[in-house]
Design a protein around this ligand. Structure first.
Ligand code: 5AD
Ligand code: FES
Length: 378
């Protein structure tokens, strides 16, 4: 079998000995080649699979800075020095799935399970609205007690009370009719990371009962139904190779999601991947830049995982082309229980703490927080 030859597993991504034949191999040339590939991506908005792989295996810090410069400029041209904020309400950590990487997987018997009700969630939104959020993201595990009908009623309630706000859902894989119901209820956006566009890799991250095709179909349906749709990956998830990342970039370039969520993989102590190394911070930043260059209008968050792996992650994410930050609106009492990975930031903080912390962080790099819905536009 033709196995992918490079497994990151915390190794340097520069360690691969084989090189692609069509490109020059001499020292110093590689960086030039990488910059040429970044320019080509900027001009043509696509690269070939071999070119993506070459880029991932040969880029230097200098190339990363080069990509970040182009990406940041594109982001400013489109959105200005304004960052959209989304308030996330993590309303249930009960999940029927058993993804090997995730701290709230059903087999994690150490997780203390909780489920907020309608009133709790409306309270979070009220606090969020007061502090300047105009997008509410409702996120949960795949919790059967919060079926599509119940959720649709809640979405109606939120949209009625806050007609000037967008509602984003992030509740996993559902059936077409359920997505349709949620759209009809007024939900504007939907986040469902594809996790990996490589089928074999997908199977190494998920138990056999989960299906790559089903997930990809969900994404297509969401887009077809008119949701602003978000896909995305974890960088450095176990078994990820440069080929997987090339597949991801090709998928993203073709699917053209409105939003892309990218953060480093971070191990969780009560999962099968507890001993796996975390993903690379620098590679995550590089991928953010490449996504911005490929899809200049995309809504691109500097994720909580990026802020967890590095204290300046969210600032540096913005400087690499991100234009969205998604702080937590969940009650502080449950924040520690929504632990997808170890050491997640902001679990001791309140809604107001995060709001003003972010404002200061953005100001420190010359950006301001935008109090608008922050919709996707072409
Ligand atoms: N490390 C980083 N990100 C994770 N996610 C889940 N578990 C982890 C982890 N251990 C991400 C997945 C999921 C999103 C909600 O959080 O990509 O889609
Ligand atoms: Fe939550 Fe800084 S954003 S404390």
């Amino acid at each position: 079998m033709d196995m992918p030859s490079l497994v990151f597993k915390g190794q340097s991504i520069f360690s691969r000995k084989e090189r692609l034949p069509f490109l020059l191999q001499k020292n110093g040339v590689k960086s030039m080649e990488c910059k040429a590939l970044i320019d080509k991506l900027n001009a043509e908005k696509t690269l070939k699979k071999d070119e993506w792989i070459y880029l991932f295996e040969n880029y230097t810090e200098d190339d990363r800075a080069y990509a970040a410069g182009i990406a940041q400029k594109l982001s400013i041209d489109k959105y200005g020095k304004r960052i959209f904020i989304r308030g996330i309400v993590e309303f249930s950590n009960i999940c029927k799935n058993d993804c090997y990487y995730c701290g709230i997987r059903r087999s994690n018997s150490c997780a203390q399970r909780y489920r907020l009700n309608e009133e709790d969630i409306m309270d979070c939104c009220a606090e969020g609205y007061e502090t300047g959020y105009r997008t509410f993201v409702l996120q949960s595990g795949e919790d059967g007690a919060w079926g599509a009908e119940r959720l649709a009623k809640l979405v109606c309630q939120i949209k009625e009370k806050y007609p000037d706000c967008a509602v984003t859902l992030s509740v996993g894989e559902l059936e077409y009719d359920e997505y349709k119901l949620l759209k009809q209820a007024g939900a504007d956006r939907y986040l469902l990371r594809h996790e990996t566009a490589n089928r074999e890799h997908y199977q190494k991250l998920h138990p056999g009962e989960m299906s790559f095709d089903h997930r990809m179909n969900c994404l297509r349906q969401l887009k077809e139904l008119g949701f602003q749709t978000g896909a995305g990956i974890m960088v450095g998830s176990p078994f990820q190779t440069s080929e997987c990342l090339a597949d991801d970039m090709i998928f993203l370039g073709e699917f053209k999601p409105h939003m892309i969520g990218i953060g480093p993989f971070l191990p969780h102590k009560d999962t099968p991947f507890r001993d796996e190394p975390k993903g690379s911070y620098e590679l995550t930043l590089f991928l953010l830049s490449l996504c911005r260059i490929m899809l200049p209008n995309v809504l691109l968050p500097a994720t909580t995982a990026l802020g967890t792996i590095n204290p300046r992650g969210r600032e540096e994410g913005v400087l690499a082309g991100a234009n969205v930050i998604m702080p937590n609106l969940s009650p502080t009492a449950v924040r520690k229980k929504y632990m997808l990975y170890d050491n997640k930031i902001c679990t001791e903080d309140s809604t107001a703490d995060c709001r003003y912390c972010l404002q200061a962080r953005m100001k420190s790099i010359g950006y301001e927080v935008s109090i608008t819905r922050g919709d996707y536009s072409e």
